[in-house]
Design a protein around this ligand. Structure first.
Ligand code: GLU
Ligand code: MG
Length: 437
């Protein structure tokens, strides 16, 4: 039944929201090549009705051009039409990415990474979220009861995510009240970010169809548990082999991996403005609840901003295959394109400068004294979005990663978010973001 079916052309913007325009299914073929026009002032939107100061005004337009490989069509509901959409590139004339296209930002970071290292970047996101209007009282963390209370939701979600073909791996209860986690399989480059964007939107739809809302906001309640969007990643050569590990070297990490980690640790405080980019992000980030408060590195250490995750296998080949890294600061108020772009850029900088890997931390950095952290060169992550933006502004390397017009307009939107929340208390800020994300 395709009568009335609409296909959405969607894109993930600066504030990590998936904006869209739609065409009737019958119009799809003729729209595939040039997509739909879009007034670029829309890129200055905050998560709220307010628009940030921007250089565009009413004039300029880009084309939102659908990417065929991202076609997603979920058709599992008797009482609702299929959920049919494509992700888009924001293009200017000649088919180039617009300077402010978030997908373009990741694309150019990946191209530089590939041309300088010969390797592909592989990644997977973990999605933590809360079901907001679950009529049943919260059951204890991680229990079967939590899962079975929402068995219809998790069944629909499993079916829908399988149709979405994002490599669904796990669906499980998390630590917080009404909190769940979904993970998808690793994918190369852009596809990793696309999977994350698609997965979140499909999860939202499954909750919506059952009269509930899901929220991926980093802190749904000021005194509650945080929702992270951790990123696992590795590097692969042209034969598809995972080359992140080199057994026998420090922590069994290849030299390139060691340098990559060093680059990420060095730029971590500044890139929080890209990976944890909203006022509410800073109610989540902080030590002692596994949501990371310091720019530190560890092996297996869940209080480290970046950690090595060794494979559980004892088989040497399997150990190399499963070896990966995890970045723990990101949350879902950031576009996955921007998160991965920032991560790749920070790591690549470490490779370019041949930085030395910091000492692996075997404890929660929050349990050390100021003096001990100073001796280990461990910096705190910013305590607010305003501070994160100042740190990014002060990092001359990070500032150069985006075309100037993108950097300036991104900062303009983020500064507006700071202003909009300035007079609100944490409870209200959490409520506002929980409604949007
Ligand atoms: N919910 C935690 C966070 O905010 C992470 C818990 C975990 O390690 O999965 O990042
Ligand atoms: Mg988790």
């Amino acid at each position: 039944m395709t009568n009335g079916e609409i296909v959405l052309f969607t894109w993930s913007d600066y504030v990590g929201l998936m904006r869209c325009r739609g065409v009737p299914l019958a119009e799809l073929d003729r729209r595939m090549e040039h997509g739909l026009g879009w007034a670029v002032a829309g890129q200055a939107q905050s998560p709220f009705p307010d628009l940030a100061p921007n250089p565009w005004g009413p004039m300029m337009e880009v084309r939102q051009v659908p990417i065929a490989s991202t076609k997603t069509r979920i058709d599992i509901w008797d009482d609702a039409p299929p959920f049919h959409f494509y992700l888009c590139d924001s293009q200017v004339n000649g088919g180039k990415n617009w300077d402010c296209c978030t997908r373009g930002f990741l694309k150019s970071a990946l191209e530089d990474f590939k041309s300088e290292t010969g390797l592909d970047f592989v990644a997977a996101f973990e999605h933590e979220f809360m079901l907001m209007d679950d009529p049943l009282p919260a059951a204890p963390s991680f229990t079967v009861e939590t899962m079975r209370n929402v068995a219809k939701f998790t069944q629909d979600m499993t079916y829908a995510l399988t149709q979405a073909n994002i490599g669904l791996e796990t669906v499980e209860p998390e630590f917080g009240e009404h909190q769940y986690e979904v993970t998808c399989a690793p994918a190369v480059g852009l596809a990793a970010a696309e999977r994350a964007i698609i997965a979140r939107e499909v999860i939202r739809e499954c909750a919506r169809r059952l009269g509930m809302r899901s929220s991926f906001s980093p802190k749904v309640k000021a005194d509650g548990i945080g929702n992270g969007a951790h990123v696992h990643f590795s590097f692969q050569d042209s034969s598809g082999k995972n080359v992140t590990s080199n057994p026998g070297e420090k922590h069994d990490a290849s030299l390139l991996t060691q340098q990559f980690i060093a680059g990420v640790v060095r730029h971590m405080p500044a890139i929080c403005a890209l990976t944890s980019p909203s006022p509410v992000s800073y109610f989540r980030l902080g030590p002692q609840h596994w949501s990371v408060g310091y720019a530190s590195f560890g092996v297996q250490n869940r209080e480290a901003a970046i950690r090595i995750c060794p494979s559980p296998s004892m088989d040497p080949a399997e150990m190399v295959r499963g070896y990966n890294l995890e970045l723990r600061a990101p949350d879902a108020t950031a576009s996955p394109y921007i998160v991965l772009g920032a991560l790749v850029r920070a790591g690549l900088q470490g490779i370019r400068e041949k930085l030395e890997i910091p000492q692996a931390l075997g404890v929660d950095p929050g349990s050390l004294t100021d003096q001990e952290r100073k001796e280990l060169h461990i910096l705190p992550l910013p305590g607010s979005l305003a501070e994160a933006l100042d740190l990014m502004d002060a990092d001359s390397i990070v500032r150069e990663w985006m075309p100037k017009v993108m950097y300036d307009s991104y900062v303009s939107v983020k500064r507006l978010e700071v202003t909009l929340m300035a007079d609100l208390d944490p409870v209200e800020i959490c409520e506002r973001y929980a409604r949007v994300y």
